[in-house]
Design a protein around this ligand. Structure first.
Ligand code: NIG
Ligand code: FE
Length: 411
């Protein structure tokens, strides 16, 4: 089937552009704290709008009344159009499930990092075909819900061969592959964290680095301490991987400080922060990625996003999709939780789930719809972005374009 060269989507009720300037009347400047980037960051939207896709990019945005001609025209009928979601934190290559563990937590059991080992055992025992099928099913589930860019971590293999196959499988579907050999110390090391960190920084890194862009470490009591985390991030850096950190998920600790020191693109979870952690993030380029699905799935308290936002920290929202702490692939659900439980406005939450995720992945081509951006966009069955929180749990994403091509749904 041939594709029209240019497509005009017109009669858009609200076009969320997140464009740094000229983004329209609902501009929301000044937040986002983009310290390494002089452009102001913030939610921006154009009412009664139109957008032109030309090839794989956005060619034009503006008022529908001023739209140029195009080879094909789509009438949005007053619906909202947004950038595709950028899910900057997900663990998608695994086997098995932990529904009983979730049910036990809902009955009062605490969440412990040790549950990860249940998934490690199942993943090690699975064939590549099984892992690939599970990964593809989740990636497809994400796409149908409007996620057009996603990150994917290893971390359920924890041997050289298993971590290597997880990053290799992830790289089949996304360029945003993260090496998370330092998820937990596997049982065969009998608590010898130093010995395992040596492997993570040595042969395992050698096997994984060619397939990954990022290195991550779970810096938490019960996983890896500050010194171990620093060693893992430094080793990853020496092989060209950029750092990101699982930080301050289960309690206060050094994770955020380690992330900032390492110049990490993102410190993820940030559930238990001190004022010093907020200050450290605010004076750095490290994004705070909040993962409300994990609070939902572990019955932990939700972090308050306001101190971060008020301090000018760039905040991203992501699913943390994994079989233990957060088995959701829905960015819309995370937006709704962030608005209802974390004191984010609907504008802040949608920005964090799109442009914020792009910042967390150091991507400038996605998360916004300024001319020149990749034409990754979604149309909602609703007139505004606010409906993502206003109508929680309702499948509002009606059509999804990736790189200018309609890949799911219908406008
Ligand atoms: O981000 N915190 C570490 N890793 C995952 C949980 C993994 C699991 O429980 O299987 C997380 O929440
Ligand atoms: Fe995670």
């Amino acid at each position: 089937m041939t594709q029209a060269k240019s497509t005009l989507i017109t009669r858009i009720g609200e076009l969320v552009t997140n464009a740094p300037e000229g983004g329209g009347s609902a501009g929301y400047p000044g937040r986002g704290g983009c310290h390494r980037d002089s452009r102001p960051a913030g939610f921006a939207a154009i009412p009664d709008a139109a957008l032109v896709i030309d090839g794989v990019t956005v060619a034009w945005t503006g008022l529908a009344s001023q739209a140029p001609a195009a080879d094909a025209v789509i009438d949005a009928g007053g619906r909202a159009v947004l950038p595709g979601f950028v899910d900057s934190h997900a663990h998608l290559v695994f086997a098995g499930e932990r529904g009983a563990e979730f049910a036990a937590r809902m009955a009062g059991m605490p969440y412990q990092a040790g549950g990860i080992l249940t998934t490690v055992a199942a993943t090690r025992a699975a064939t590549d075909a099984t892992l690939r099928a599970g990964l593809r099913r989740l990636a497809d589930e994400m796409l149908r819900q409007g996620t057009t860019t996603f990150e994917c971590k290893s971390g359920y293999g924890l041997t050289v061969a298993d971590e290597a196959r997880l990053v290799t499988l992830a790289a089949e579907l996304t360029p945003e592959v993260t090496y998370l050999g330092a998820h937990v110390v596997p049982p065969e090391f009998g608590g010898d964290a130093d010995g395992y960190v040596a492997l993570v920084c040595g042969a395992m890194l050698d096997a994984c680095a060619p397939h990954a862009r990022w290195v991550d470490v779970f810096c938490e009591r019960g996983a890896f301490g500050a010194g171990e985390a620093r060693a893992v991030l430094a080793a990853g850096r020496s092989r060209g991987l950029r750092p990101r950190v699982h930080a301050n998920q289960l309690g206060r600790g050094p994770g955020v400080q380690v992330a900032v020191e390492a110049g990490a693109a993102s410190a993820d979870h940030c559930t238990f922060l001190t004022a010093a952690d907020v200050d450290a993030l605010a004076s750095s380029g490290t994004v705070a990625t909040l993962l409300p699905g994990a609070e939902f799935g572990t019955r932990q308290r939700y972090p308050d996003a306001r101190p971060l936002l008020n301090a000018g920290v760039t905040v991203a929202l992501a699913t943390d999709c994994n079989p233990g702490s957060s088995f959701t692939s829905s960015m819309a659900f995370c937006v709704a939780l962030a608005v209802r439980e974390m004191r984010m406005t609907t504008e802040e939450a949608v920005w964090a789930a799109t442009a914020g995720g792009a910042r967390a992945l150091l991507r400038t081509d996605v998360g916004h719809l300024a001319p020149g951006a990749r034409a990754d966009l979604i149309m909602l069955d609703a007139p505004s972005h606010a409906y993502l929180a206003y109508r929680p749990g309702v499948p509002l994403v009606r059509a999804i374009w990736r790189s200018g091509r309609l890949v799911a749904g219908a406008p």
